[in-house]
Write a protein that binds this ligand. Structure first.
Ligand SMILES: C[S@@+](CC[C@H](N)C(=O)[O-])C[C@H]1O[C@@H](n2cnc3c(N)ncnc32)[C@H](O)[C@@H]1O
Length: 512
């Protein structure tokens, strides 16, 4: 008998399934693994996926888990919704074609039923050990004939479907065509069929390859998806090999959350490097940033951070590491080193640079009677936060509401800081450095001019859901080559007054 204490020990349904998943993985034949696309979801990803469903409004959740494997996704779904206080019931239909998986799935679901009943929660289940695509398209097709079969519909669907190309002449394609689905891979077939099986406002969460988002082969599927459902959530794993790392699957995966027949409003897009979700960024975009209004190919555009540089000029295609630079957030957090901070420079002090010290792109220091202090004592406690005095390009992390630009860059110039040996950079600034050392004058100027151009600001704005400029965003951004930045810096040194118009013209010139 499974008691609640065991349930607590196993962190609910999830960890049990996770153990089974690993065990089942060792039993799978290499051949069937690739033929049936048997790459199972880790409990962290499964939980994240389950968290994307909105709170249920119906008394009965009819859940579909097509290609259920050992039941990892169902277990995450139960882990989220099967609680003593939830009074709805869950009826699961799991499709799983493979006998090894089926054995584990059956054990898991029987166990879940027991756990649920101990919690007075209604959970019932059935496993269908048939080919989901053939079985469901056949049943749906029967609705157009005299011999109509019962077609069960669902309110929720969670899936990690198999990934496998399906040839134009295959049985799968023939069956799918009968129900109006034209697609080239099993994963998109699973999604399309499940959409047909969902009730109005039914919700589907799927982890699938990103490949359907563009390219001509997936155009019919994109049209199908976007005509049947509203895209509510997109999660992108930044790293191609991290989502299914145990199986060494190398492809970009995304998680989508869609509502059948829903009204298409803004889309919440999140990113994380991997399945630890430790660096989860969440942004909101209007739908026309995801699928452009005039795009007849319905490409699904996923901004990978607050910036997306897909159609940025080719000449601005260099990463920060390509140009040998680093970006950091100012390490001096003033309230943590209060006792070492001075209003005005004194003996044993070095300059402390706040955003207010950057005016029109240049340094203005010290500011007498200003709101912010101007210096920090240089001692054994503070020295780890300080950098050698020199040229650095800085970018404000927070622009003020009245500021027209999102990216506001400036330069720290050493000779305007009394030629101090060290400087402190406050936490409201991001700054570019060369492995903790200053940049050359020309490079820091060129970088500053580039960042202050309208082109960069517009790109940033287009994809940024908030006013904050993170070091992570600047790290992901694209830049001109180091050579071009230096050129831009040298050019800027010879111009007396740099207006926005002059900057924009010159940046445009080097983009071509
Ligand atoms: C990518 S795995 C995912 C398993 C599970 N959903 C998970 O997230 O761990 C896909 C599963 O679908 C099963 N499968 C493959 N083709 C199928 C089909 N045509 N009908 C039903 N199940 C299928 C495979 O055996 C495999 O267990």
């Amino acid at each position: 008998m499974i008691s609640e204490s065991i349930l607590a020990e196993t962190a609910g349904f999830l960890s049990f399934t996770d153990l089974n998943r690993k065990e089942a993985n060792t039993e799978l034949e290499v051949e069937t693994k690739s033929m049936l696309g048997q790459y199972m979801t880790s409990s962290d990803i499964a939980s994240f996926m389950a968290s994307l469903f909105p709170e249920p409004t119906k008394k009965t959740i009819k859940l579909l888990d097509p290609g259920a494997g050992v039941g990892s996704l169902t277990s995450a779904f139960l882990d989220r919704f099967c609680t003593k206080k939830n009074k709805f019931s869950i009826e699961l239909t799991a499709y799983e074609i493979d006998s090894v998986m089926n054995k584990y799935l059956k054990t898991n679901l029987a166990l879940f039923e027991k756990i649920a009943s101990e919690m007075d929660f209604n959970f019932s289940w059935e496993i269908v050990d048939k080919d989901f695509v053939i079985e469901k398209s056949r049943k749906l097709d029967s609705l157009n004939s005299l011999f109509k079969e019962d077609v069960k519909t669902f309110t929720h669907c969670i899936m990690n479907p198999p990934y496998k190309k399906i040839k134009s002449s295959s049985r799968h394609r023939t069956f799918l065509r009968k129900v109006g689905i034209e697609t080239v891979n099993l994963y998109s077939a699973f999604v399309a069929l499940s959409l047909l099986l969902l009730e109005e406002n039914g919700y589907l969460v799927a982890i699938i390859p990103r490949s359907f988002c563009n390219g001509p082969y997936y155009l019919p599927f994109r049209k199908f998806l976007l005509s049947k459902a509203a895209v509510k959530r997109i999660h992108l794993f930044d790293s191609r090999n991290k989502a299914f790392k145990e199986d060494k699957v190398l492809q970009e995966n995304i998680i989508i959350g869609v509502e059948k027949g829903g009204i298409q409003k803004d889309v919440i897009v999140s990113t994380s490097t991997d399945d630890s979700f430790s660096d989860l960024f969440v942004y909101k975009y209007s739908f026309d940033k995801i699928v452009k209004k005039e795009d007849k190919y319905f490409f699904i555009h996923i901004p990978s951070s607050s910036c997306d540089f897909e159609d940025f000029p080719d000449k601005f295609n260099f990463s920060l590491s390509d140009i040998g630079l680093n970006i950091s957030t100012g390490p001096v957090v003033d309230f943590r080193v209060k006792e070492h901070i001075c209003d005005m420079p004194e003996k044993n002090c070095v300059p402390l640079i706040y955003p207010c010290h950057i005016k029109n792109g240049a340094i203005c220091w010290p500011i007498k009677n200003g709101k912010k202090p101007n210096a920090i004592i240089f001692n054994s406690h503070t020295k780890k936060w300080l950098y050698p005095n020199g040229f650095y390009t800085v970018v404000r992390r927070f622009s003020s509401k009245e500021e027209k630009r999102r990216i506001v860059a400036g330069i720290i110039e050493p000779d305007l800081l009394g030629n101090a040996e060290k400087i402190g950079i406050e936490n409201h600034l991001n700054f570019f450095h060369d492995n903790k050392k200053p940049l050359t004058q020309a490079l820091s100027k060129g970088l500053c001019v580039y960042l202050n151009s309208t082109m960069v600001d517009e790109y940033f704005r287009r994809f940024s859901g908030h006013t904050q400029v993170n070091a992570a965003d600047l790290k992901l951004m694209k830049y001109p080559s180091r050579e071009n930045l230096v050129k831009l810096g040298k050019w800027a040194s010879e111009i007396n007054a740099l207006s926005q118009e002059i900057i924009d013209k010159e940046v445009l010139k080097i983009s071509k």
